[in-house]
Design a protein around this ligand. Sequence first.
Ligand SMILES: NC(=O)C1=CN([C@@H]2O[C@H](COP(=O)(O)OP(=O)(O)OC[C@H]3O[C@@H](n4cnc5c(N)ncnc54)[C@H](OP(=O)(O)O)[C@@H]3O)[C@@H](O)[C@H]2O)C=CC1
Ligand SMILES: O=C([O-])CC(=O)C(=O)O
Length: 437
Amino acid sequence: MAVAQFIPSSSSLTKRTTLYSSQLSQYLSSTHKPLLTLRRTNYAKICCSVTSNEVQAPVARQSNDPIKKPECFGVFCLTYDLKAEEETSSWKKMINVSVSGAAGMIANHLLFKLASGEVFGPDQPIALKLLGSERSIQALEGVAMELEDSLFPLLREVSIGIDPYEVFQDAEWALLIGAKPRGPGMERAGLLDINGQIFAEQGKALNAVASRNVKVIVVGNPCNTNALICLKNAPDIPAKNFHALTRLDENRAKCQLALKAGVFYDKVSNMTIWGNHSTTQVPDFLNANINGFQVKEVIRDTKWLEEEFTEKVQKRGGVLIQKWGRSSAASTAVSVVDAIRSLVTPTPEGDWFSTGVYTNGNPYGIAEDIVFSMPCRSKGDGDYELVKDVLMDDYLQSRIKKSEDELLAEKRCVAHLTGEGIAVCDLPGDTMLPGEM
Ligand SMILES: NC(=O)C1=CN([C@@H]2O[C@H](COP(=O)(O)OP(=O)(O)OC[C@H]3O[C@@H](n4cnc5c(N)ncnc54)[C@H](OP(=O)(O)O)[C@@H]3O)[C@@H](O)[C@H]2O)C=CC1
Ligand SMILES: O=C([O-])CC(=O)C(=O)O
């Protein structure tokens, strides 16, 4: 049987500042911009038998004893240089993944998936940079401790902080989850403003310090308009790189179609969600397929498709909240994984996926300069292209128009945050997040 253990490979310390728990509160009170760095830079998995399909971890240099630091978190107490790892070729170069709202529910599922390798692959080491706030910094330490206790070989570095200018430094992926939930009595315009300010600041920070080709996935609601605000505040990063998460809606739609057709959900393909991640979203049954057949050939009940199915997908988040008492977290995290994997692996021939992206240059006649969910394909290089050959009918067009109108109204509502002047908030009365009923 293979025996695995972590052995530190070198004793030379990196120069990077490392703060530990007892120092943290002191540090927090002296500055509003802490960055706690918990590093596990060079551990090697010593393993007896490695089959040809397994990724070989870097070989450890077992020379000196590790330098131990007092008052720190177990495994991250030991800091080593990366030289031995850099000499190996079996792993890819480490990537930096920044996550906001990292102490929240969605992140609590997502971070462990990221660290396990199921998102970026079993040969892709990652550094996780977690953004919290003064409110959540203790919780964030707890999250870091759980990551530490999980012994993920691919997780090479964990840092936590409350300053986006530090946490987004060199980020190649930014997963923006943190946002204020809409509370009782709060107007949607108020939510747009409060969360919009968060995303304006984070856009500026990404613009200043992230990788020039960072891919940004906005999850925090209202995610389409938050993504628009973010990209407008990051003019040096391609607008194309910003996504609003509508993959959960796609997954929900696939599930409902499969249920109705009596097939397993992997038989549903070409599922587009058009528009806003809100109750105006349009789950497109005209272009979707079941077992390679058009949905309408398999499910002949058009009334069900237009009414029951559509509404079920639009309001699924709200039903979930009624049952569970809070908004979807695990399935949202799964859909973030799906969204990333759709960008880093080639899209299967003939299929596509949905993501909310910038509309400039779109072939569907949708208004420019908003973030709208549309069908996309990827070569697996992190980029995507819009699918051109889609069917349109009057029903689809009128529904798409409604979601477009809603997003244009949201955009006018946040003009003060996108550099487009004075905000005028005339949101349609029925504008709602999926979780609102
Ligand atoms: N696009 C989609 O498909 C979906 C989107 N969502 C959205 O994702 C977001 C996060 O959901 P979830 O992780 O469950 O939420 P949680 O409440 O568990 O966590 C959200 C985090 O947001 C941060 N936050 C930022 N600003 C504020 C603020 N002003 N007040 C309170 N908290 C704030 C908090 O972290 P900190 O204090 O560290 O800043 C908090 O930990 C929500 O906006 C939700 O509506 C949810 C499901 C699906
Ligand atoms: O409305 C919410 O906060 C939750 C949400 O986005 C969803 O479940 O789709």
